[in-house]
Design a protein around this ligand. Structure first.
Ligand SMILES: Nc1ncnc2c1ncn2[C@@H]1O[C@H](COP(=O)(O)OP(=O)(O)OP(=O)(O)O)[C@@H](O)[C@H]1O
Ligand SMILES: CC(=O)N[C@H]1[C@@H]2OC[C@@H](O2)[C@@H](O)[C@@H]1O[C@H](C)C(=O)O
Length: 390
């Protein structure tokens, strides 16, 4: 096996599949990429991208699994292998799209599905058994990145800023990369001309998680397509103010990370109850929760970024980039250009799946792949674990 591994690492050009299943629990993203080199010399080209959506039932099961009041060890144990098989299928599907065969692919790199993230206890759990992915596809599989950063006292998140620096450093522009998934997070990537500046990065708070939850409970749909519902409503300023005031995560200084552990179904229930007491319509409720997402981003920038960095451009990726109410809110509040990743680079939906191929590539080369300035780890480490096919 060592021979096989060495051959993979030494090949000039590798084909790899990145798998990402994020906090939105909307589905599994799979990106097939070509990677050359490693470290600062990494070159990556997206060849195919595919999302395998979770069924309504699977999504409900995952939401339950993330809730300590409803989750059980048995349910987690079972879902670990169910997802492993499903992730393997997702990898095979994206490979099929290109005409390549599984034997042409050097490795898969899988984030897994976060079930619980608990940085205070130096613990985080991503499921989707690597052994099942390797068995289903016959491809060497890397994954389970976050625990090693935590073992060195890091938050284990966010990890993508390491890749943001590699792929999006601009000669002269200071850029913010903002990802609005279930949770929003950002990286400030200084211009190459400011070579000594570190990347600042942290989780911001709710991205789509509360919007999706409210839409699900109030309309039965899964998300607010294009932000149409929010755009029909009116923001209730007082409720918005109280949501921001009650959000203690905003006041925590970076490095910091969060997830569904803070933005829970119970918290969503409290917010919807307040909206009901105020007699807000469904549209006004969604408009106000959407404004809360925007305001968390804007206030985090003003608290932690604008005093330290002069920003030239903000680039938005993740599903939230399709929500025009969010995008309008950002454009109206920020003094610099707000662009969508799709307009300047590859498909923004694919960013995190691509990012995990780069983290996996670093692992296989025995190179570090965390960014201590983002996670707070005491040092750079090599994150990841390996499952070998037979
Ligand atoms: N056309 C659209 N209009 C509005 N919102 C959309 C649209 N498409 C996707 N979204 C939103 O984006 C979400 C999915 O985003 P994404 O896939 O980036 O999240 P994720 O990767 O699961 O989360 P995270 O990055 O926090 O782990 C959906 O749940 C939905 O709220
Ligand atoms: C523990 C966990 O799964 N965190 C996710 C989540 O979704 C967004 C944000 O919270 C970020 O911290 C992270 O994902 C991306 C991929 C990251 O690590 O950069």
């Amino acid at each position: 096996m060592l021979k096989k591994l060495t051959a993979i690492v030494e090949s000039n050009r590798k084909l790899a599949v990145g798998l990402m299943s994020g906090t939105s629990l909307d589905g599994v993203d799979a990106a097939l990429v070509e990677i050359k080199g490693f470290g600062p010399g990494t070159e990556v080209k997206l060849l195919a991208f595919d999302t395998t959506p979770y069924s309504v039932e699977e999504r409900e099961q995952l939401i339950e699994l993330c809730d300590p009041k409803k989750s059980t060890v048995e349910k987690i144990c079972k879902m670990n292998v169910v997802l492993g098989d499903l992730f393997g299928e997702a990898a095979l599907n994206v490979i099929k799209k290109t005409g390549y065969l599984p034997k042409d692919i050097q490795f898969i790199s899988s984030h897994g599905q976060t079930i619980y993230h608990w940085p205070e206890e130096r613990s985080t759990l991503q499921i989707g058994e690597l052994a099942n992915i390797a068995a289903k596809t016959g491809i060497l599989t890397v994954g389970d990145f976050r625990p090693n950063d935590m073992a060195y006292d890091g938050q284990g998140a966010p990890l993508v800023p390491f890749v943001d620096r590699l792929l999006f450093s601009h000669e002269t522009k200071n850029r913010i990369l903002l990802n609005i998934g279930g949770i929003s997070n950002l990286s400030v990537v200084p211009a190459i001309s400011e070579i000594n500046r570190e990347v600042s990065a942290f989780d911001i708070g709710p991205g789509n998680v509360l919007i999706d939850g409210a839409v699900r409970r109030l309309t039965g749909k899964t998300f607010d397509e294009n932000g149409d519902l929010a755009k029909k409503g009116t923001i209730h300023d007082k409720l918005l103010e109280s949501l921001i005031e009650e959000d203690q995560f905003l006041q925590i200084k970076p490095p910091k990370s969060t997830g569904r552990e803070l933005y829970t179904e119970d918290r969503l229930g409290q917010i919807l109850m307040k909206a009901k007491t105020l007699n807000l319509s469904m549209e006004d409720t969604i408009a106000t929760i959407t404004a809360y997402t925007v305001e968390m981003i804007v206030q985090s920038l003003s608290l932690y970024i604008h005093k330290e960095h002069t920003i030239d451009q903000l680039i938005v990726s993740g599903g939230g980039a399709y929500n025009e109410a969010i995008m309008d809110g950002l454009r109206n509040s920020l003094p610099y250009k707000v662009s969508k990743m799709d307009d300047i680079s590859f498909n923004g939906d694919a960013k995190e799946a691509i990012a995990f191929t780069i983290l996996g590539n670093q692992f296989l080369h025995g190179e570090t792949n965390n960014l201590p300035s983002a996670t707070g780890a005491s040092q750079s480490v090599i994150m990841g674990k390996l499952a070998l096919p037979s």
